[in-house]
Design a protein around this ligand. Structure first.
Ligand code: AMP
Length: 124
């Protein structure tokens, strides 16, 4: 699959979830942020946190989003970890950007992974 990371794709899966065109299992929502369970979990806890704005990855999000959106996003990540009970036990945050990272969905998202020993950062 080739992907254009230059412009936002309004037909991407997470855009459709935000429009209510695809279902999701929401674990958190506010004015700026939606979080839901990953459809193919890689750990007992695998939640995706996305901004509601049209951002492709972490660079355009942090460059173009308002301070309010950025603060809301990271406060939500922290609150979700707390609500899920994985703040103290430990967890991993991952944000892929671009082809080399394996980013599949071109709408900025952070993975929250937890619930088991997650092992080394990168599989070899
Ligand atoms: P990434 O490789 O960082 O772009 O991760 C995209 C993630 O989205 C993968 O972990 C997928 O399992 C997940 N995903 C794809 N489609 C859906 C969906 N409809 N609902 C929830 N998660 C999804």
């Amino acid at each position: 699959m080739t992907m254009d990371f230059e412009t936002y794709d309004d037909d991407n899966i997470f855009a459709k979830i935000l429009l209510g065109e695809l279902p999701n299992t929401t674990v958190y929502e506010d004015e700026h942020v939606l979080a839901f369970n990953d459809i193919a979990p890689q750990a007992p806890v695998h939640v995706l946190v996305i901004p509601k704005g049209r951002y492709i990855a972490h660079d355009d999000f942090h460059r173009d989003a308002s301070d309010e959106e950025i603060v809301a996003f990271w406060r939500a990540v922290t609150a979700i970890c707390s609500d899920l009970g994985v703040a103290a036990e430990g967890h991993r945050l991952i944000a892929n950007q671009g082809a080399a990272s394996g980013q599949l969905v071109p709408h900025f998202h952070v993975h929250i992974l937890a619930g088991k020993n997650l092992g080394p950062l990168i599989a070899t």
